[in-house]
Design a protein around this ligand. Structure first.
Ligand code: GAL
Length: 385
């Protein structure tokens, strides 16, 4: 009897500990959801809708097979950004062998969800690679849902910009450079040819490659898909149709031949800020930053936004999203992934407050911090609560 009472008491304490509310971010640490399981939402983005945040990310499994889509896109919800409730799989992969573009074993990366006011639908975009084709397909794909948490219905995938030149394209670049196919890769001549449309011309008819991506909805309700294109050499920004489910055909390049991946964007004081990474696969590298007064450019390259120890590897992480904190003007959280490709489910999350020095976005490591870092006093004393 006594023993069972003790067990009941112990269970109650354990239950309390599990239910204990988190009050801070702890970048890089295990981040338990409401069930005590490490969040499984990699390459994530966040939607804020009717007073709740929804986190969407790649659901990974144990072992290297988990680098391809085995389950789908996982969704969590939260009121405070620290405590996340498991909402389950928002977009499920189709059964292996079904022939669907999103069948189990395809690659589904960096999902981003936005709400379309005109249709009342939630629209998810993601980077799609077809099963068995490695990263060759380079497509961007769309799914829709009536509810934020899903289930999302797969619509289709795209190679954007088919048959359309970028807005800023010099008409002279429409003609191939003599011998361009035989230019040696990574030479200055080749880089110049890339910046002047080598791959844009190559992919003009089928449409442009689209790998690492994000979605941005502007103040006027127009939305854009920003993705690594041209063999990851150049970022493209492509306008979405009014229902956010397709492309208008208006697009432009960002940082031609700059070799950027992992685009994450925010708008502050009428300017657009972009944080990206270099291209070293799952291994981290130094982040880059850019500013522009129009989403169509010109984009000015700034410095590595990260400062302090491990700035050269972005604190061992790669950007995925710049999250606007609801109700706080110009407060953005830099969200990044610490990839663990040998056991992808272990991947960690680096969330840090994004600061600005003039136009320059800045990041500083913090072991533990909370949203008061965005208050005037918090900004002064540094980020640790
Ligand atoms: C990274 C990219 C990830 C994933 C990975 C595969 O550079 O940002 O989303 O595609 O490469 O190696």
């Amino acid at each position: 009897m006594k023993k069972s009472l003790l067990i009941t008491a112990l269970l109650a304490v354990a239950g309390l500990a599990q239910a204990q509310q988190r009050t801070a971010f702890e970048p890089g640490k295990v981040w338990p959801d409401n069930k005590g399981t490490h969040l499984n939402a990699h390459g994530a983005g966040v939607l804020y809708d009717k007073g709740r945040y929804y986190l969407f990310g790649e659901h990974k499994i144990v072992g290297p097979k988990g680098n391809s889509a085995q389950v789908g896109v996982h969704c969590y919800s939260s009121k405070d950004l620290y405590n996340w409730t498991d909402e389950g799989i928002a977009l499920a992969v189709a059964p292996a062998g079904s022939g669907s573009e999103i069948e189990q074993g395809s690659i589904i990366e960096r999902p981003k969800v936005v709400f379309n006011k005109q249709t009342g639908k939630y629209v998810m975009w993601f980077h799609l690679e077809l099963k068995g084709k490695g990263y060759a397909a380079a497509r961007t794909a769309v799914a829709v849902s009536d509810k934020a948490t899903g289930p999302f219905r797969y619509v289709r995938s795209y190679r954007p910009g088919a048959g359309q030149w970028p807005l800023g394209f010099n008409p002279e670049w429409k003609k191939p450079v003599p011998n361009e196919a035989s230019l040696k890769g990574w030479t200055p001549e080749w880089k110049k040819a890339v910046a002047e449309g080598l791959f844009v011309r190559r992919d003009f008819e089928p449409g442009q490659m689209a790998r690492d991506m994000t979605i941005f909805v502007d103040d006027d309700g127009k939305a854009y898909n920003i993705h690594s294109s041209e063999e990851n050499l150049t970022l493209h920004v492509a306008e979405l149709t009014a229902d956010y489910q397709g492309f208008t055909g208006r697009w432009n390049t960002i940082a031609p031949a700059g070799h950027n991946e992992a685009p994450a964007i925010c708008k502050r004081g009428g300017k657009y800020y972009l944080i990206t990474s270099g291209c070293t696969g799952w291994a981290p590298n130094a982040a880059r930053s850019f500013v522009a007064s129009s989403i169509w450019g010109p984009w000015q390259q700034l410095d590595n936004p990260a400062t302090g120890p491990d700035a050269d590897s972005t604190y061992h992480s790669q950007s995925t999203y710049l999250l606007p904190v609801a109700g706080r003007k110009d407060a953005f959280i830099f969200m990044a992934d610490r990839w663990t490709p040998k056991n992808p489910i272990d991947g960690g999350y680096i969330w840090l407050p994004l600061r600005f020095e003039g136009d320059q976005p800045r990041l500083q490591w913090a072991d533990r911090w909370n949203l008061s870092a965005f208050d005037a006093a918090g900004a002064k004393r540094g980020v640790n609560p």
